[in-house]
Design a binder for this molecule. Structure first.
Ligand SMILES: Nc1nc2c(c(=O)[nH]1)N[C@H]1C(S)=C(S)[C@@H](COP(=O)(O)O)O[C@H]1N2
Ligand SMILES: [Mo]
Length: 528
């Protein structure tokens, strides 16, 4: 699906990033303290006052919602939604239309530089890194966000705890949980009934005039008629995300060689010209950032071409007997390096890509060469690939696989207090944003993708959709001939028969039985 704002070239996107960097100087303190996942904090240019008057980065949208003026927001304007829930004044996106704007303005060196799809960033995109106490995961969300808000006059005057938070209770007082509003907004608990999906609760609500049984007034359908089509199309390039852990770097290819330094029988180097003259292999594979939040769009299905790693290994006389780990780095161009067991990497048939989307790599894509490892997370896709070596280790590094457990295995991963896990080896996203509008009797069209870290958790087996808070799901099986290393894109068409607010949810399951614990959700408003 193409970007609604028209096509943006990678250069334009980079230019946008640079302008934003120039604007954001007042938050130097925060930027300096930022130690993003693998990020080298750079000191913003505090000598330039340029642009500071145009943007007060403390109020990226110039809005702080007045909590005392009741508002139902995207939900139906019922007494409950306005007075008891005050839904329109709560959650990050009620004030910050797109959290990416806050991120780019206040954190000029933020590693996520571009998201694509005109998808507004939500707190789910932030929590993946910032709600977890990792050494390289950046500032801790809870502390930074409290300070940033309570030190902001507009917020301190107009907002309060409940602008951002919600309380849920599983039943007894010791089961109270303090959540973010955003973690509750797509659930029936929002109306004050944590067990809202329970049939008896719904009858009780219905008997008191809540049509459909949900106090949120959300219209549900148990068995909607969905028309769903799947494909594995490439991501439009203008919608493919950019993550630079060390900022955008432009490499001069005349100073660059690809070096096989160790663990091959004849270590040697290749120039870009030499690589271009070799047989080129094409592969389309989905690159997904390991820190893509639930419903996040840090996933791109990329047509790549270049020289297969196995061909290059042959050119170097083959692997030395006994090596079991591949080590890749950018030769000091930045500090991103990866060490991964060969058992994990080599069967994925990696290529040293010189082209993405049918053209030479751009700096953001890792020019002159990026290692493409289908089925492994973006971490392994070393940009500015310079050195490759193979070593024999007592314990070759398998962290990249362990990450699936660490981030996404509901049994083993650190959990948030709402029970959800941090990142998602099996994930889906909806390309449209909350507040999407439809008309009764007219087909409403949504689109998105499902992807699983194929090497670790298998390909996508099925995609499921719900129109009743996840009580019932419409399942579509992924055809067996789909490539597990590429995303499964879905197009959904549904013709609403009734006006109202709907919550549409999508989740996926992988071929090895991993399922997505928190679905991607969207609030849709249907009018007559
Ligand atoms: N040299 C280098 N390679 C890198 C990174 C980096 O910061 N430096 N980031 C990695 C991460 S975490 C991801 S998700 C992808 C992002 O690639 P993209 O910007 O082309 O989407 O590149 C990977 N390769
Ligand atoms: Mo990443």
């Amino acid at each position: 699906m193409a970007s609604k704002n028209g096509r943006k070239t990678t250069d334009e996107r980079t230019a946008k990033g640079k302008i934003l960097i120039a604007l954001a100087t007042v938050f130097a303190a925060i930027a300096i303290s930022a130690a993003m996942v693998g990020c080298a904090p750079q000191t913003p240019d505090t000598t330039s006052e340029e642009g500071l008057e145009e943007v007060d980065s403390r109020e990226p949208d110039g809005i702080a919602k007045d909590f005392t003026i009741n508002d139902a927001g995207d939900f139906a304007a019922t007494l409950d939604n306005e007075k008891y829930v005050n839904a329109g004044n709560r959650g990050c996106n009620s004030c910050h239309d797109d959290l990416a704007d806050v991120m780019y303005l206040q954190q000029p060196e933020h590693i996520v530089q571009y998201m694509g799809f005109d998808k507004k960033a939500t707190v789910q995109d932030c929590l993946v890194c910032h709600d977890f106490h990792g050494a390289r995961s950046g500032i801790y969300f809870g502390d930074a966000i409290h300070v940033a808000h309570y030190s902001n006059e507009a917020f301190a005057e107009k907002g309060n705890c409940w602008s951002c938070h919600a309380i849920d209770s599983k039943g007894t007082p010791d089961q109270y949980q303090f959540l973010l509003f955003d973690q509750m907004m797509y659930t029936p608990a929002l109306g004050g009934f944590p067990d809202g999906a329970n049939k008896t609760v719904r009858w009780w609500c219905e008997s008191r005039g809540y049509e459909g049984g949900y106090r949120t007034g959300v219209v549900t359908e148990e068995a909607p008629t969905f028309d769903i089509a799947l494909n594995q199309d490439a991501t439009p390039e203008e919608d493919s995300f950019i993550i630079n852990n060390y900022g955008t770097i432009e490499v001069d290819a005349s100073d660059w060689t690809l070096n096989f330094t160790e663990g091959v029988n004849n270590p040697r180097s290749f120039t870009l010209e030499e690589l271009r003259a070799m047989p080129q292999t094409q592969v389309t594979a989905t690159q997904v950032c390991a820190t893509n939040g639930v419903g996040g769009v840090l996933a791109s299905n990329i047509p790549a071409s270049g020289v297969s790693l196995s061909y290059l290994i042959e050119q170097c006389g083959g692997l030395v007997d006994g090596v079991n780990q591949i080590n890749v780095d950018s030769g000091g161009i930045d500090a991103w390096d990866q060490k991964i067991a060969t058992d994990i990497v080599l069967p994925q048939e990696p290529i040293v890509a010189l082209d993405f989307f049918g053209h030479e790599l751009t700096p953001n894509q890792g020019y002159p060469a990026t290692l493409v490892v289908p089925g492994l997370t973006g971490m392994a896709w070393e940009k500015f690939l310079s050195n490759v070596s193979f070593t024999q280790e007592e314990k070759p590094n398998t962290n990249i696989v362990a990450n699936a457990d660490a981030f996404g295995n509901p049994e083993k991963s650190p959990k948030r207090n709402d029970g959800s896990t941090l990142s998602y080896p099996v994930n889906t996203a909806i390309f449209q944003n909350d507040g999407f509008e439809g008309k009764v009797g007219e087909p409403l069209e949504l689109s998105g993708y499902a992807f699983s870290w194929a090497q670790t958790t298998g390909g996508i087996a099925k995609v499921e959709f719900s129109l009743d808070y996840g009580n019932n799901w419409t399942t579509i099986d992924v055809p067996e001939n789909f490539d597990p290393n590429q995303w499964t894109q879905w197009d959904l068409s549904w013709t609403p028969e009734k006006a109202g607010t709907y919550v549409i949810q999508v989740r996926a399951e992988s071929t090895t039985g991993w399922s997505q614990s928190t679905p991607a959700s969207i609030i849709v408003n249907v009018t007559e």
